[in-house]
Ligand binder design. Structure first.
Ligand SMILES: *Cc1c(COP(=O)(O)O)cnc(C)c1O
Length: 408
């Protein structure tokens, strides 16, 4: 879908979705902190409702007007336009959190009796939705691991009505890679939707729609927001699916606030700069950790070697290794805690993708719904540290890890 008349994301992300001539010449989008919009005439109000609720399509040059900020607001459009360019999508919709985006996707496209197959490991909140909310509304869910082939996936589906294949790749917290093209073949055979959580790599390094996904979604709280100062979600895909999601969004109120939309549009201007620098830093730190005697294993996509089947998926599907590292210390929870408590530059916090480096302990710092045995089976052990690498000077980060490793 990348065509010559589409601007490059680096160009579009600094200006698209905002026309200064329609905002008193304001170079940057102003924040519209208002819950509602006045109509010039009753006739205009009627027309805006017709368009918003899909009773009619806009005529030539006609733009749908604003009605009420739960439906749509001027601060959502710049971020949505920029994201669509990044993901090479027809359209996109933003939400008030990543979970709101995921929940709106599930509620929009599933009905009781449907089957969803989803990848594990995955973000804890996602697993909770899959095994909790969906079961409550009569949707059957089954999980699979990264080594599942097409035959394994067919066996998992059995004779059931597969409506959605849901991937998170690379997966939280271990960087497990799932093959989007393989999942697309399964989805296509069953006329199911393929949804990919693209949070970990961001569209800078992975564009799932180009590999057969129908929807690419994000916790925009992470790399897209990039400054740990907002919570938001985003979904990119085809015009019809996104229209359905926007409809559901205003029905259930998973709409972001004007301030959130504004911050997100601002953040998207520097997406590549931040993610490239974070990735450069992470690649250096992964190499450092990999050769350290107190570190048992390191998972960062830059360390995948030719001959490893994951390397083949990486080459086909990813444009860069991203900035999430997970590594296992020699030892268990006590050693992990000593390491985490000794860090001075890297902050001890959950979340990821911000300008600052953060470390967390997935064994103890994730929703308590997953039993220990299951955690171990997906690679989450008491010695595992998850590191989200920021934009700081890499020498300071290396020195910090070095002294914290010395302290365990
Ligand atoms: C954080 C995260 C989510 C949930 O997003 P929120 O913005 O916290 O609601 C979903 N998927 C992944 C991979 C995440 O890291």
């Amino acid at each position: 879908m990348s065509s010559e008349n589409r601007p490059h994301p680096d160009t579009a992300s600094v200006s698209s979705g905002h026309d200064p001539t329609r905002h008193l010449g304001s170079l940057k989008p102003p924040i519209y902190e208002t819950s509602t919009f006045t109509f010039e005439t009753a006739e205009q109000g009627k027309r805006f409702f017709e368009l918003a609720y899909g009773f009619d399509r806009p005529g030539e040059g006609e733009e749908p007007g604003y009605i009420y900020s739960r439906l749509d607001s001027p601060n959502m459009r710049p971020a949505e336009a920029r994201l669509a360019v990044w993901e090479e999508a027809e359209d996109s919709a933003i939400f008030n959190s990543g979970m709101a985006a995921i929940a709106t996707v599930l509620l929009s496209f599933l009905t009781p009796g449907d089957l969803v197959v989803y990848s594990l490991p995955a973000y804890g909140g996602t697993v909770t939705l899959m095994s909790g909310l969906l079961a409550d509304v009569g949707v059957v869910t089954r999980s699979f691991r990264a080594d599942a082939g097409l035959d394994d996936l067919e066996a998992l589906v059995g004779g059931d009505r597969l409506a959605m294949v849901y991937l998170e790749t690379p997966a939280n917290p271990t960087n497990d890679l799932f093959d989007i093209e393989l999942a697309a073949r399964l989805a296509e055979r069953h006329q199911a939707r393929l949804v990919v959580d693209n949070t970990f790599l961001s569209p800078v390094w992975q564009k799932p729609l180009l590999h057969g996904a129908d929807l690419s979604l994000h916790s925009a709280t992470k790399y897209l927001g990039g400054h740990s100062d907002l919570t938001a979600g985003a979904v990119c895909g085809g015009t019809e699916d996104i229209a359905a999601l926007k409809h559901k969004r205003y029905q259930i109120g998973t709409t972001p606030s004007p301030a959130t939309g504004w911050l997100l549009a601002r953040s998207l201007e520097t997406l590549r700069l931040r993610v490239e620098r974070q990735t450069e830093n992470a690649t250096r730190l992964a190499g450092f950790l990999d050769s350290h005697e107190k570190v048992e294993t390191v998972s960062h996509l830059s360390l995948l070697q030719p001959g490893d089947p994951r390397h083949d998926v990486y080459k086909r599907q990813c444009l860069g290794p991203g900035a999430m590292i997970s590594f296992e210390l020699v030892g268990g929870e006590a050693e992990s805690f000593r390491f985490l408590d000794s860090m001075r530059v890297v902050r001890l916090a959950t979340s990821l993708g911000g300008t600052e480096s953060l470390a967390s302990h997935p064994w103890t710092m994730s929703p308590p719904t997953v039993p220990d045995q299951e955690k171990r089976s997906i690679g989450v052990t008491p010695g595992l540290i998850r590191l989200s690498v920021g934009i700081e000077d890499v020498r300071d980060l290396t020195a910090d890890l070095e002294q914290a490793l010395a302290a365990i």
